[in-house]
Design a binder for this molecule. Structure first.
Ligand SMILES: *Cc1c(COP(=O)(O)O)cnc(C)c1O
Length: 399
């Protein structure tokens, strides 16, 4: 059987190993920090560079390695590294490649944690981030300079669900690489779409970073991050990960292997529920606008249709009455849970000005397209009729 022809769901469940051995169906947890050598020959082989010898769990662990293999496989990547969180994955990837005096080009509407890392930490290391003001990065060419080392994008964006045209960005990056004779690394945070709905490597992107805390984990019970790409690009990140130390632990990796078994089922259902809920909310008189890339009314619906195979489980609405209205709706919901984060089987709601976009000036909020009356909905896998009825009764409280 050719492994390349396997479908995403099969790869997520079985990984690279088509179970050649007799043993447990579920992945064993190697809950150990270190490994017993058969004799010192193992230590000597390791010292001479044989990476197949397990020595210490900050470097490698069989449970973690199994999940890294599955994550690489589903993303069609040569290699993947698992991290303790999405931010560990993102920060380690960025500091591995961008150094003092170099620049990153990005958009303001990236994940709040990444934005604050770029704003508050990187400048201390003399790394400058230039932002494209339009969500679509239309004017990116003007921002690329001989100092540009990385273009970092996220699509759909949080919480406005703008869709960035990856193909158009790649063309402009290639042109700048030629013009300045430099190599610019393109990185995408694929957390919101996931590989089920968006395949950035097919569009030429170099590295995918992702918070596996969200859709890959899917049960709101773990923190994890992943970086994947060509082996030559991932290997240097694996080296710095050893020293920055944001490595994954075996129990989290086990939980992820469990989650991967239902990844396609869950996200397919979330795509479907989100579209149905978005359509219902669009008809609601208390809702000023619904932002969902799958709706024809979405300003980037055309790009979304070209670039995505599904539109994801995130829906953002703006309700009447500003922040007060948003609070009233969130406090009146019975099925949807008022909590931060996203991607789990349970529907969660949060108010961006009080969560992902707290500590931002009015100017920054405007640049991110965030308004006080916005509610971000992470649609779960509950019965969609229960969700529609729940939002309906909560929105009616605004009358
Ligand atoms: C949550 C999130 C992150 C950060 O991931 P953690 O696992 O919380 O560290 C990064 N990017 C996006 C888009 C996210 O939603």
């Amino acid at each position: 059987m050719k492994k390349k022809t396997l479908a995403l769901s099969t790869k997520a469940i079985h990984g690279t190993e088509m179970h050649p051995y007799r043993g447990p169906v579920s992945l064993p947890i190697y809950q150990t920090s270190t490994y017993r050598f058969e004799n010192s020959g193992d230590a000597i082989r390791y010292a001479k560079g044989d990476t197949s010898v397990y020595v210490y769990s900050r470097y490698h662990n069989p449970t973690v390695n199994d999940v890294e293999g599955k994550l690489a496989l589903i993303n069609d990547a040569e290699s993947a590294i698992l991290f303790a969180s999405g931010m560990a994955a993102i920060s380690t990837a960025v500091v591995t490649y961008v150094h003092s005096g170099e620049e990153i080009v990005s958009i303001p509407a990236i994940y709040g944690g990444t934005y604050r890392f770029f704003r508050d930490i990187l400048p201390k290391n003399d790394i400058n981030v230039r932002y494209s003001n339009s969500g679509a990065m239309a004017e990116i060419t003007a921002l690329l300079t001989p100092k540009t080392r990385m273009v970092y994008v996220e699509t759909p964006t949080n919480p406005t669900l703008a869709v960035v045209d990856i193909t158009s960005i790649m063309k402009k990056v290639k042109a700048a690489e030629k013009k300045f004779s430099i190599r610019i690394l393109t990185v995408i945070d694929n957390t919101f779409a996931t590989v089920l709905n968006q395949k950035p490597f097919e569009l030429g992107v170099d590295l995918i970073v992702e918070s596996a805390t969200k859709y890959i984990g899917g049960h709101s019970d773990l923190l994890a991050g992943v970086v994947c790409g060509k082996r030559s690009l991932v290997d240097p990140i694996r080296v710095s990960a050893k020293y920055y130390g944001g490595c994954a632990d075996p129990f989290m990796a086990y939980l992820l292997s469990r989650s991967l078994k239902t990844f396609v089922l869950r996200v397919t259902e979330q795509n479907q529920n989100a579209l149905l809920l978005a359509r219902a909310l669009e008809k609601h008189p208390e809702v000023i606008r619904v932002l969902y890339p799958g709706l024809p009314s979405h300003p980037h619906h055309k790009i979304a249709k070209k670039q995505m195979s599904g539109f994801g489980g995130m829906v953002t609405i703006e309700v009447l009455g500003g922040a007060k209205g948003a609070v009233k709706v969130c406090d009146s919901l019975n099925v949807a849970v008022n909590a931060m984060s996203l991607g789990g089987v349970e529907t969660l709601v949060s108010i961006p000005v009080y969560s992902s976009h707290v500590n931002m000036s009015a100017k920054e909020l405007a640049a991110h397209g965030v308004t006080p009356g916005m509610i971000r909905i992470s649609v779960g896998v509950e019965d969609v009729d229960d969700l529609i009825a729940d939002f309906d009764q909560a929105l009616r409280k605004l009358r």
